[in-house]
Design a protein. Structure first.
Length: 178
């Protein structure tokens, strides 16, 4: 698939991920997992995909009509990612699971907001998608605020959903109907 630049910003660009991004995507995820206070359910070293496996995943997103994988890039470095993966079964194709991660040094600089804008626009323009859903740590107030800004609503709480840093943490299930 041809690389398509979606948004140009003086500091970063947002574009669809391509298989050639795999090494940088893996490095990005490793860096996130190494953060001691990151709100993702992953410990350092737990994400063990190979470059060919990651390339295959990115290609699968590209080939799907109900999924999208975006990267935010600055100075040839991936600084954030966002993806929506639509269901495979006929009864679930309309629903896409959403995830977003922003590198520590890029948080609070508009990258997450720009990615959210593109994901919501994509979902609203995609005739297959009618629901975008996510899970977020209940303590992650900045992320929850961002999701609410784009119309996501809390549908439930998963108590003790994650055990991290020697404590049980709740997460919220949120969704946007488009």
């Amino acid at each position: 698939m041809e690389e398509k630049e979606i948004e140009v910003n003086p500091v970063f660009i947002i574009r669809q991920a391509v298989p050639a991004d795999a090494p940088r995507l893996l490095a990005f995820i490793d860096a996130l997992a190494a953060e001691t206070d990151i709100d993702i359910p992953m410990e350092p070293g737990e994400f063990v995909l190979t470059i060919p496996e990651e390339e295959s995943i990115v290609q699968e997103y590209s080939d799907s009509d109900n999924s999208i994988f975006l990267v935010a890039e600055a100075d040839d470095e991936i600084v954030a990612v966002a993806n929506c993966k639509g269901g495979k079964r006929k009864a679930l194709r309309h629903a896409a699971s959403f995830g977003i991660s922003v590198a520590r040094g890029w948080r609070g600089k508009g990258v997450g907001n720009a990615l959210m804008q593109e994901i919501v626009k994509w979902a609203r323009e995609n005739p297959i998608i009618h629901r975008v859903e996510l899970e977020v740590y209940a303590r992650n107030l900045p992320a929850i605020h961002l999701y609410e800004k784009y119309g996501f609503q809390v549908e439930g709480r998963r108590r003790y959903a994650v055990f991290q840093d020697n404590q049980y943490l709740d997460d919220l299930v949120m969704a946007l109907l488009v």
